[in-house]
Design a binder for this molecule. Structure first.
Ligand code: LIP
Length: 275
């Protein structure tokens, strides 16, 4: 790990913790939600937490770009990608399953991932080549290879089609998997990284939903599809993440279910894992 990356990882972790404590305080004070689009929630807390993260990052790293879910931004060579509250629908409904997500990306390659779940005080950190940790302890993705023993998560948002979603869901269920969804993409990813879930698939996610989680899964020895393929950094993509052993199985089931969907085009990054 270079000193440059080490400094950013330490700073990202401290900022995620501070931002998470603000999110927790606002959650406990009571939440008022509005909608950006049907089933796309936003709360006052999203903007307040993102503003805090931005002010800390820009004070420490004035030359870095910042892209955030609520305030946008333009990616540059080195960019922080921020989701102040991932799992906003949970937050708005007073479910405690939400997290602060901060990634640092170099030339579209995520280098640092930090995810903080304030209601359980769980801090996940990873940077390229140095492994992944939960509260400082090394974590590893699952070694499951059997669909009939697999616990998987399947996300949904109105940005994808009900037809594609139901094809994937019925294929996973027919293969014998237990299929659930926690309502936060980045929490689904850290659960793959720590092996408490065997796989996660979503038909469409945005960069701020996943950038930190990608590094954490990869550094925990797991597999992630090529989320930044095509114009993923701007428009998002589908995402498959899983334990390495399970990845070809998951890929083949999802690909068969989506055989007639444009999501299988190479620009969406859903290539079969080389194993
Ligand atoms: C949400 C995700 C959720 C996903 C949605 C959405 P938000 O992010 O984490 O799991 O399915 O597409 O993007 O709005 O809570 O930050």
């Amino acid at each position: 790990m270079t000193a440059d990356i080490d400094i950013r990882l330490t700073a990202g972790a401290a900022i995620a913790r501070e931002a998470g404590l603000l999110a927790r305080q606002l959650f406990n004070d009571g939440v008022t939600a509005t909608f950006k689009a049907p089933q796309d929630y936003v709360t006052e807390a999203d903007a307040k937490v993102e503003a805090l993260i931005r002010s800390r990052l820009s004070a420490l790293f004035p030359g870095d770009a910042i892209v955030g879910e609520e305030m946008g931004g333009v990616a540059a060579k080195r960019t922080w990608i921020v989701d102040p509250i991932d799992g906003t629908a949970n937050f708005a409904h007073r479910h405690p399953n939400f997290a602060v997500s901060i990634a640092c990306v170099d030339e579209h390659r995520p280098m640092i991932g930090v995810v903080y779940m304030p209601m359980t005080d769980a801090l996940y950190t990873a940077c390229c080549g140095a492994g992944a940790q939960r509260n400082g302890q090394r974590i590893a993705a699952s070694a499951c290879g059997e669909p009939s023993r697999a616990y998987v998560e399947l996300g949904y948002s109105p940005r994808s089609t009900i037809t594609d979603h139901s094809h994937v869901q019925s294929s996973l269920l027919r293969a014998g998997m237990l299929v659930r969804w926690s309502g936060s993409a980045v929490i689904s990813l850290v659960q793959v990284a720590e092996g408490s879930s065997d796989a996660y698939f979503d038909l469409h996610l945005n960069p701020w939903d996943v950038a930190a989680g990608l590094v954490i899964v990869q550094e925990a020895g797991g597999y992630t599809s090529d989320f930044f393929a095509g114009d993923g950094i701007l428009a998002g993509n589908p995402l498959l993440a899983s334990g390495a052993r399970f990845s070809p199985v998951m890929h083949d089931i999802v690909a068969a279910a989506l055989a007639n969907s444009p999501l299988l085009a190479p620009c969406h990054g859903l290539r079969r894992p080389a194993q």
